[in-house]
Write a protein that binds this ligand. Structure first.
Ligand code: ADP
Length: 528
């Protein structure tokens, strides 16, 4: 089976082989006992205030909000609740650090050294960071510790490497002019991130912004404020000057909206739902027309052709959907299977879901923890109900798992038709929808019949089929015979209503750079 390499040095996420092994021989859906007695997280929460101008401070209003443990719904701790006034304070600090502070005036080499030191500190504290991430988000500790935190280190090393390699161009002009094109930082970057990959989203945003010499105000998701505060403290230990990176915990319509509409924020980067993406784009347009990058929702097709190795395809399709409790914007959430292999695929997909190990995410071998919160839990349960009501066949799952927290059984629907809500909407949960197809042209048309265009997967042995689908699918990423392979250098982003712009790789730098043309007359045109 391909994908046996797990968390390789290049930090691609190739988990499916491991998950297959974990799944075998462990009882169905884990054990309820694993959930009834939550394991005590091996970490303490030390940072709960807002990080403004290099200091942890209370919110201006003095308000706090609880962050909850998705395993139980219990309060982990209370966190300072930032709102418009705190965003003002943070933006002023970032503005000052950009306009007057040492950051943009440092040499690119000095900036790169700070980013490298930060990456080293993340590596040094990886166990606490992973534990905090699991506690606040419910994702399996092994996933956070073996994939996400190492990926964060790698990404910051990647951006540290870029920091002293950003330069402009000289261009020829039709006349006696010397023309330089400078690539300069934009200024104050406002960033709003979601709760499904708190640290990875932080990294995709903060990494390129700092590497290009900008200053940052980042608003974390209200469900998962803890890990960003912890790592941002490490940034200051690494030598980041005060005010360069400011972290605000708080809610979207207050703190988030204040950041998106702030007149002194020069650029906005957002990851979240398509509906909220529309709101922040409008706020940016109505305020100072700041440029906006958006990474939004998806309903990605995963196409399994008739020549596929079915066992491998089942495993990969399972991983594509169920990874991170199904809470991935690029989840392979429409599994299209060729009619000749459809029945076998459905049987095996069902058997695989039954073997999925659900339980306390701190327990070794657990593949699936709880969903993030009660709102998401209820939304997913509604979609499961709608799948049954609209006539899809519920092969397995469909219920709450255990009695506490936000766990949901791995759920598989077959006989899914294109118009059903479980085939059109982003469920963001552990619900696999399997659809049947007959012809390549037909599946291309159906796969593209969506408002989204974030990712797609193709499973085939035929190079011709792979090439045809690659060109025809309207998506920002196409994974051939693999899925969720991420790397620092691979750009990620969406077509259509999945967003604007690309993150990671060289493309992410452009989001944070201004282009300035400098034109100087040449005294002696003879030397043109
Ligand atoms: P979800 O529904 O999955 O939580 P959202 O798109 O609402 O996704 O949230 C992603 C991020 O956007 C979070 O940090 C959230 O606080 C923020 N957010 C939500 N609503 C707004 C808003 N009106 N303006 C700015 N940010 C918002």
């Amino acid at each position: 089976m391909a994908g046996r390499r797990i968390f390789s040095s290049s930090l691609l996420i190739l988990l499916e082989g491991r998950y297959a092994r974990w799944g075998r021989g462990i009882c169905r859906f884990g054990t309820a006992a694993a959930i009834e007695e939550p394991i005590t997280p091996p970490v303490q929460v030390n940072y709960t205030k807002l990080l403004i101008d290099g200091q942890f401070v209370d919110s201006a209003s003095g308000k706090t909000f609880p962050t909850l443990d998705p395993r139980t719904g219990d309060v982990i701790t209370h966190v300072a609740e930032g709102d418009a006034e705190d965003i003002n304070r943070a933006v002023s600090a970032a503005r000052k650090a950009f306009d007057e502070g040492p950051w943009p005036k440092m040499t690119p080499y000095e900036r790169s050294q700070i980013l490298y030191r930060f990456a080293d500190l993340v590596e040094k504290h990886k166990d606490e960071i992973a534990a905090l991430e699991t506690w606040d988000s419910g994702k399996p500790y092994q996933q956070a510790a073996a994939a996400e935190v190492p990926m964060m280190t790698r990404l910051f090393q990647y951006y540290a490497g870029w920091a002293d390699k950003i330069h402009g161009l000289t261009v020829p002009a039709d006349g006696p002019y010397h023309v330089q094109v400078l690539h300069e930082p934009i200024g104050v970057a406002g960033q709003i991130i979601p709760w499904n990959f708190p640290l990875i989203m932080y990294t995709w945003k903060v990494g390129p912004a700092l590497a290009t010499g900008n200053t940052v105000v980042i608003k974390t998701a209200e469900q998962t404020p803890l890990s960003a505060l912890y790592v941002s403290k490490l940034f200051h230990e690494a030598g980041l000057p005060e005010g360069v990176l400011n972290v605000i915990s708080g809610y979207g319509p207050t703190a988030g909206a204040a950041l998106a509409s702030h007149m002194d924020v020069d650029k906005l980067a957002f990851t979240g739902s398509t509906d909220t993406g529309k709101i922040v784009l409008e706020l940016a347009a109505r305020s100072n027309l700041k440029p906006v990058t958006l990474e939004l929702g998806g309903k990605s097709p995963f196409i399994i052709c008739e020549d596929a190795d079915i066992d491998h395809a089942v495993e990969l399709a399972h991983f594509a959907l169920f990874f991170n409790q199904g809470q991935c914007c690029c989840a392979g959430s429409r599994t299209f299977v060729h009619e000749r292999v459809y029945d076998e695929f459905v049987e095996k997909a069902k058997a695989r879901a039954l073997k999925r190990v659900v339980g306390d995410p701190f327990r070794s071998g657990v593949e699936q923890g709880p969903q993030i919160d009660t709102e998401q839990f209820e939304k997913i349960m509604k979609y499961i109900k709608s799948g049954v009501e609209s006539g899809a066949t519920l092969e397995v799952g469909g219920e709450r798992f255990g009695s506490k927290g936000y766990y949901i059984q791995p759920t598989v629907f077959s006989d899914v038709k294109d118009g059903m809500p479980i085939a059109t909407d982003e469920i963001f949960g552990p619900v696999q929808s399997i659809l049947k197809f007959k012809e390549l042209d037909e599946v291309i048309q159906r796969a593209n019949s969506t408002r989204y265009g974030l990712a797609a997967g193709v499973f085939t042995k035929s190079i011709d089929t792979a090439n045809t689908l690659t060109r025809a699918l309207r998506a920002g990423t196409v994974w051939i015979n693999c899925y969720d392979v991420f790397d620092a250098a691979i750009p990620f982003g969406g077509f259509k209503m999945s967003g604007h712009g690309r993150e990671k790789g060289i493309y992410s730098l452009q989001n944070y750079l201004q282009v300035k043309a400098v034109v100087t007359p040449l005294k002696n045109p003879a030397w043109l």
